[in-house]
Every structure is written in C-alpha cells, then in structure tokens.
Design a protein around this ligand. Structure first.
Ligand SMILES: [Zn+2]
Length: 365
C-alpha cells in the first residue's frame, strides 16, 4: 500500500527528516527481534512513523502478566492466547494499514536468523536474553547491518545503537565526510554473556513499565536516525539509567573497539551464527521433557543463588549436582532441573521453544 505523507507531517518537520526521510522510511525494512515489552513499543513507534516493512519474530503467547507493559496487547489477546507476533500484527494493521508486517512465531536461532534478517536495514533488539543478542550481533557484524541493542529489567535500562565495522569499511556510516561513525559491537561491550542465573530477569525481579518504554523509545529513535541516513545524529554513548533512584548516565563506550581484541568485529569469527556457541535443544522422547545445553557456560552456575530466587515461584530442592524446581507458569506445571554445567531439563513440554522460554524466564540467559 502507498503511504499518504500527510499523516507524517509533524515528523517531516524535524531537522534531517523532511519528505526525503519519510520516503526512505517507506522503503525500509526492520527486523524487530522479540515482541514483548521492548518489541511492542518499538514496533508501535516504527509503524506509526511509517517504516514500510516490519518483520516481527517472537516465540511466546500473550499472557495476562504482559499487559502491564506490553503496549500492543489487550485482554482479548490473552483470552485468545494469541502468539505475540500475530497479536502485534493485527493491532499494527489498525494503526497503520500502509505498513507491511510479517509476524513470525518462532525461536530465533542460528538455523533461521539468516532467513528472518535477510535484506533488513536495521535490527532492533526486543530480546530477553544475551545468547540471542550475540546471535543478532554476529549477523549484524557479518552483513554490515546496524543493530540497536536495548535491555530493561527492574527499574533499570540500557540501550546503544551499534553501527558495525564492516569487512571492507564501505558502509554508509563508515564513509562520512567527518570520518567513520562505526562503533564497538555488542561483543566488544560485553565480552562474555553473563552466566545464566546471575542476571536478574523480569520474571524474578519484576520490571517497571516506564523503564522499558524509555529504552524502547530510545531504540526506536536511533533506528529512525539510521533509516533516514542521519548517522551523524546517532547517539555515540550508551544510555544507562535507574528510574527508581533517578540516575541517568551516558556511558562512553566508543573506545571498546580500539582497546579490545574482539573476536567478532575485529577477527570476524561468528561463533553464535555458525552454531559453535549457543544452546542446543533436544526433545527427550517419551519423557515429556526437553533438554537444553548451554555449552559456553560450563561449570559456572551457582545453584544456591538461583535456588534462592526460584523459591518465590515454587518448590525448590538442590544438591551439589543439580537443582530441581516445580514451577507453575501460565496455568501449566513445569519441572526444571538445572545442572551445574548449565544443562537443563524442562519437564512438562516437548516443545523446544517452550522449554527455552521457561529457562530464560526463571534462570536467565
Ligand atoms: Zn566487536
């Protein structure tokens, strides 16, 4: 469908935007990875702004506890147990019918990201785990696609737009008159994924709706700058804040590329994309269970620390080899068994997506 430009009048008035910027948006394609609290706000803003094509990928269904912050969903979506990507697509179609939204209900992994991210101009992070973020970062660096990172938990949030260093150094942001605007990648910034269990997750410490909305809107703004070619306006620092204490910081992270020896963007090794790192999943036949392996975290789990947090959610027992927790989640019962080497078995499902979701919710990533 064609875009009637009149509805974008207030946006086209902005410096560096204009009709040209608006036409660029109409031609653009954005991948929104994850459609929870961050992803719904990002998709909402980008659809309203007139981004031509949105690809939304999410593995979950809408639950009542999502409604506190996931702005595209309502009680009808919960009653119908709609997949988030599909519920988002339906809502966005009513907001801006000129936007082509592809709703994909799937777990993003090394086997499918090349397909979902093919031809996109920007990847925006609406994810809840670092493993998939590193996968997205690998793709972004390999193919020279900007990747806007964002994360929020509790009352805190962080966001940063990554303009990757490309192999030939010929991306538009690397060839500006005032010099290259290429940034460190996610791997430069966080060398290793925090071990599962050490990062708080929204399901264990909660999350403040406005904190997520700030992160997501910052991400959306950076994406709009990138899509309209305003690379000189991309924020060179990482936003970090805690709304509860009222502290805001702009972290100077630009030196992380020069100072580091990044395996991803300097040595161009894509461990997550090539499937060398990341969690494998195996359905355990006849046991109504799925096994997850987190190879990169071997021997690093503190089961007692995780057990202390999980006790708020159900019965937990531990011994020196493993932790077992009974968890009631969205009306279903799961038994999570977690081993010190990061391996986990989720009983109560045969679907890898469900098991990974339970793991991400209660253990972290
Ligand atoms: Zn890097």
């Amino acid at each position: 469908m064609t875009h009637d430009l009149t509805r974008y009048h207030r946006q086209m008035l902005l410096p560096g935007f204009g009709e040209d910027g608006q036409r660029r948006l109409a031609e653009a394609k954005v991948l929104v990875l994850g459609c929870g609290a961050l992803g719904t706000v990002v998709a909402d803003m980008l659809a309203r702004a007139g981004v031509g094509r949105l690809v939304i990928v999410d593995r979950d269904f809408v639950e009542a506890t999502n409604l506190q912050r996931q702005v595209l969903f309502d009680e009808d979506d919960v009653a119908q147990a709609l997949p988030k990507a599909e519920a988002a697509r339906r809502k966005l179609a009513r907001i801006n019918s000129a936007v082509d939204v592809a709703a994909i209900v799937d777990d993003v992994n090394s086997g499918n990201i090349e397909r979902y991210a093919a031809g996109v101009d920007v990847i925006v992070d609406g994810l809840d785990n670092f493993e998939t973020r590193y996968l997205a970062n690998d793709f972004a660096v390999k193919h020279g696609v900007p990747y806007v990172y964002g994360g929020a938990v509790g009352t805190t949030g962080a966001a940063y737009a990554i303009l990757p260093h490309t192999e030939r150094g010929d991306a538009p942001w690397e060839r500006l008159e005032e010099g290259s605007k290429a940034t460190p990648c996610l791997k430069c910034l966080f060398e290793q994924a925090p071990p599962p269990g050490t990062m708080p997750t929204c399901d264990t410490v909660g999350v403040l709706g406005p904190a997520v909305a700030i992160v997501a809107n910052f991400e959306a703004a950076e994406a709009l700058k990138i899509l309209t070619g305003n690379f000189d306006r991309v924020t060179p620092t990482m936003l970090h804040f805690d709304l509860w204490s009222g502290s805001f910081a702009q972290l100077k992270v630009a030196r992380a590329y020069d100072d580091g020896d990044c395996t991803c963007c300097k040595h161009r090794r894509f461990d997550y994309l090539d499937g060398r790192l990341g969690s494998g999943t195996t359905t355990l036949c006849g046991r109504d269970a799925v096994q997850l392996t987190h190879r990169q975290h071997a021997g690093r789990l503190d089961l007692n620390e995780i057990a202390a947090r999980l006790r708020a959610h159900g019965n937990v027992m531990t011994n020196r080899f493993m932790l077992r927790a009974e968890l009631a989640d969205n009306g279903r019962e799961y038994e999570l068994t977690l081993f010190t080497d990061g391996r986990a078995i989720v009983k109560g499902t045969r679907e890898a997506n469900v098991a990974r979701s339970v793991y991400a919710k209660y253990v972290g990533t």
